[in-house]
Write a protein that binds this ligand. Structure first.
Ligand SMILES: [Zn+2]
Length: 365
C-alpha cells in the first residue's frame, strides 16, 4: 500500500512537563529489568538490551520488542551510541504508569497502541473520512461506499509497525540521548528541542528496510516530477528544508490541546492517514508532511554518502545540542565530512548528488 508511506502516527501525551528537573538520572540499562517495574494493567514485560516493553499480552509484547530491538541497533549505527534506557507501553499510558516508570528512573517513554486499538482507530478514521466526503459530494454521491471499501487497508497499516514503532521510538531516543531531561517540547518544535528536520530524520533512520526503500522510491518520483496525488510537488531547497517547521506541527498541537482538555492524561494517538487528512479542509497542502519525510530520507542518504559515515548524525546532534546551528557545524566540520563549509556550498553538493543518483531534476526542483 504505497500511500501507507504517508501514514503518520502522532503520539501526544497530556502528561505535564513540570517537575522534570526532579526526576532522578536514568539508570544504566543493565539495571533495567522487568522485575524492577510492576505495572498491574500491563502484566507482560519483555526486556530488550536497552528497554522494557510492557503490554497486556505476550503476543503484543514480543512483537513490539522485536521492532524495538531492531530500532536499537539502527540507533547505534547512526548515532554512535546506545539508546537511552526506555519503556515502550503498549496499551494505555496512564498517570500512575508514568509515575511508576519515573520512580524506576525511566524517562524515555513511548505510549503505543495494541493491534486492536489500531484497527479501531483506522476504522474510525475511514468512517469519518467517508462522512466528510459524502457531505462534500452531496446526497447522490457514491463516495461513501468507495471509502468504506478501503477499510481492509487497516491490515496493511498493521504491517507497517516494523517501521512505525522504531520511527516513533527514534523521536524519543534522540531527545533523551542528546537533550536529556528536556522531554518533548510541547510549545516549540514538533517533536522536541532538536531542529525539526533532524528530529524527523532521526526517526526515519530507525525505519525498517521496506519502509526505507519505499521512501527512496517516492522521493525519486518527487524529485523527477512524477509524484502524483497528495505528494505531488518538489523537494524544498535545502535552506528551507533545514529551517522550516514540521509541516504536521499544527496537527500535533491540536492533538496536545485535545489531550490536555480531556484531562485524562492518557496518550492520544491518531493516525493521520490519507483518509483523515482528506478532512483537513480546502487550501491545505496535505502533501507537505509526506514530502518532508521523503526529503528527510534523501538528505540522510546524502549525508551518509558524502561523509562515508553512517553515524554522521552523532556529530550533528552533538553540535546542535551544544547550541550550534547547522550552518555553524558546517563551517567548523563540513569540509572534513565531505560537505560544504556553508549552506550554499552544501546545497550545490546536494544538487550534484541528486543528479548523480536520480538524474536531472524536474523543472522547479
Ligand atoms: Zn516522525
Amino acid at each position: 500500500m504505497r500511500l501507507a508511506l504517508s501514514a503518520l502516527i502522532l503520539a501526544a501525551s497530556a502528561a505535564p512537563a513540570a517537575s522534570q528537573t526532579l526526576i532522578p538520572a536514568p539508570l544504566p540499562a543493565a539495571s533495567l529489568t522487568c522485575a524492577a517495574v510492576h505495572l498491574p494493567k500491563l502484566p507482560v514485560c519483555v526486556a530488550t538490551p536497552r528497554g522494557l516493553i510492557f503490554a497486556p499480552d505476550r503476543v503484543e509484547a514480543e512483537r513490539n520488542a522485536a521492532f524495538a530491538r531492531a530500532g536499537e541497533a539502527r540507533f547505534k549505527r547512526h548515532f554512535g551510541r546506545d539508546t537511552p534506557p526506555y519503556a515502550l507501553i503498549i496499551g494505555q499510558l496512564t498517570p500512575d504508569v508514568r509515575t511508576t516508570l519515573r520512580a524506576a528512573g525511566i524517562k524515555a517513554v513511548l505510549p503505543w497502541i495494541t493491534a486492536d486499538q489500531q484497527r479501531a482507530a483506522y476504522a474510525e478514521a475511514v468512517r469519518r473520512a467517508a462522512e466528510a466526503r459524502a457531505k462534500a459530494a452531496g446526497p447522490d454521491s457514491n463516495k461513501t461506499a468507495q471509502a468504506a471499501v478501503r477499510a481492509p487497508q487497516a491490515a496493511g497499516l498493521l504491517d507497517r509497525n516494523a517501521s512505525i514503532v522504531p520511527h516513533e521510538l527514534g523521536h524519543v531516543w534522540l531527545i533523551e540521548a542528546f537533550w536529556p531531561g528536556s522531554g518533548l517540547d510541547r510549545a516549540g518544535h514538533y517533536g522536541g528541542p532538536a531542529a525539526d528536520w533532524l528530529d524527523e530524520t532521526a526517526a526515519i533512520l530507525m525505519e525498517d528496510e521496506q519502509g526505507t526503500a519505499e521512501r527512496r522510491d517516492q522521493f525519486r518520483l518527487l524529485y523527477t516530477g512524477r509524484a502524483r496525488g497528495a505528494i505531488q510537488g518538489r523537494p524544498d531547497p535545502l535552506p528551507i528544508f533545514l529551517s522550516k517547521d514540521h509541516p504536521m506541527k499544527n496537527q500535533q498541537q491540536m492533538l496536545q490541546a485535545r489531550a490536555a482538555a480531556s484531562g485524562s492524561g492518557a496518550p492520544q494517538i491518531v493516525m493521520m492517514t490519507e483518509t483523515v487528512r482528506a478532512g483537513t479542509g480546502p487550501g491545505v497542502d496535505i502533501g507537505a508532511g509526506p514530502r518532508f519525510y521523503l526529503q528527510g530520507r534523501a538528505f540522510a542518504d546524502f549525508l551518509i554518502d558524502r561523509s562515508g559515515k553512517a553515524a554522521i548524525f552523532a556529530d550533528i546532534a552533538t553540535a546542535l545540542a551544544r547550541g550550534a546551528s547547522f550552518e555553524q557545524w558546517l563551517a567548523a566540520e563540513g569540509q572534513a565530512h565531505g560537505l560544504g563549509s556553508s549552506l550554499t556550498e552544501t546545497e550545490a553538493l546536494w544538487r550534484t548528488w541528486l543528479q548523480a543518483r536520480f538524474g536531472p531534476a524536474a523543472p522547479g526542483a
